[in-house]
Design a binder for this molecule. Structure first.
Ligand code: SAH
Length: 243
C-alpha cells in the first residue's frame, strides 16, 4: 500500500466523481482519501461509482479547509491542468512517481496529492499551500481531464514506479523528520510577522514577497531541526527589535 500518499479532493461537486476516485485509488493499491468540503457526501452516487471500493469511501477523512487536510503532510503536490501565472516548480505525474514512489513506505514522508474542483480547479491561494505543481501531459488544446481520470493516471504511475523501485532516498536523510505543512504554515506566519515588526515588509508587497519566500523554502524541504533554527533566529530578531 502506498499509504504515505494522501489523495485530497477540494470541494468536489459531483459525488459520482468521489466514488470513481475511490475506485481508481483502490485499483492501484491506495486507500488514503481526504475530502475538503465536498458538495454532497456521503451520497448514493458516490457509493455506486466506487463499485466495491466503498471501504475507501468509508475511511475517507472530511475536512473543513485545505490547511487542515494537509496539516500532517510534509510534501504537497497540487494537480493542475492549466499553466499558471505564478511560476511554481512543476513535475509530471511520471516524474513524481519516479522520484517519490517506494516499496518501503514506513520511513517515507506523508505526501499529499491535491486535486481541484471539476469546474474551476485549484485557486491560487490553494496552490500557495503546494510545494510543486503536478501536471499530466496531454493535448495542449484540450488539457483538462475528468477528476477521477486525473487521479487514475497519477495513482497508476505511482503503482508502476512503486513496483520497480526500492526505497527512495529523498526525504529520508536519516536525520530529523521533514517539517509538516502545519509547521511550515506556523513558520510563514512567524516570518511575516517578524518582517513586519522590523519594518522590512511593506503590507502592499507582502503577498508577492511571501509567495517568493514560500517558493525558496519549498525547494529546500526543511526538516524539523532546521526549522527550529530558523524560528530561533526569528524570535531573536523580534526580541532584539523590541529592546
Ligand atoms: N476546469 C478546471 C479543471 C478541472 S479538472 C480548470 O480549469 O482548472 C479537475 C481536477 O483534475 C483539476 O483541478 C486537477 O487537479 C485535475 N486535472 C485535470 N486535468 C489535469 C491535467 N492535465 N494535469 C494535472 N491535473 C489535472
Amino acid at each position: 500500500m502506498l499509504s504515505n500518499f494522501k489523495v485530497v479532493l477540494v470541494e468536489t461537486s459531483h459525488p459520482g466523481n468521489i466514488g470513481a476516485v475511490a475506485r481508481a485509488m483502490k485499483n492501484m493499491g491506495m486507500d488514503q482519501l481526504r475530502l475538503v468540503s465536498p458538495k454532497y457526501f456521503p451520497h448514493a452516487d458516490a457509493t455506486a461509482r466506487a463499485s466495491g471500493a466503498d471501504d475507501v469511501l468509508r475511511h475517507a477523512g472530511c475536512f473543513a479547509s485545505l490547511p487542515e487536510a494537509l496539516a500532517d503532510c510534509q510534501i504537497v503536490f497540487g494537480a493542475s491542468a492549466r499553466d499558471r501565472t505564478i511560476s511554481w516548480p512543476s513535475l509530471t505525474a511520471r516524474e513524481l512517481a519516479e522520484t517519490w514512489a517506494a516499496t518501503d513506505d514506513v520511513a517515507q514522508p506523508n505526501i499529499a496529492l491535491v486535486f481541484g474542483r471539476e469546474n474551476s480547479g485549484l485557486k491560487n491561494h490553494e496552490l500557495d499551500l503546494c510545494h510543486y505543481l503536478l501536471r499530466i501531459p496531454c493535448n495542449p488544446d484540450y488539457s483538462s481531464l475528468n477528476l477521477a481520470a486525473a487521479v487514475q493516471v497519477v495513482c497508476y504511475e505511482l503503482f508502476v514506479a512503486g513496483g520497480r523501485q526500492s526505497a527512495s532516498t529523498i526525504g529520508d536523510r536519516g536525520e530529523a523528520p521533514l517539517a509538516t505543512a502545519a509547521q511550515m504554515e506556523a513558520f510563514y506566519e512567524h516570518l511575516q510577522q517578524t518582517m513586519a515588526d522590523i519594518g522590512f515588509l511593506h503590507p502592499e508587497r507582502s503577498r508577492s514577497i511571501m509567495r517568493r519566500l514560500r517558493r525558496i523554502f519549498n525547494r529546500t524541504q526543511l526538516d524539523t531541526k532546521e526549522l527550529d533554527i530558523l524560528r530561533g533566529i526569528l524570535r531573536f530578531s523580534q526580541n532584539h527589535n523590541t529592546k
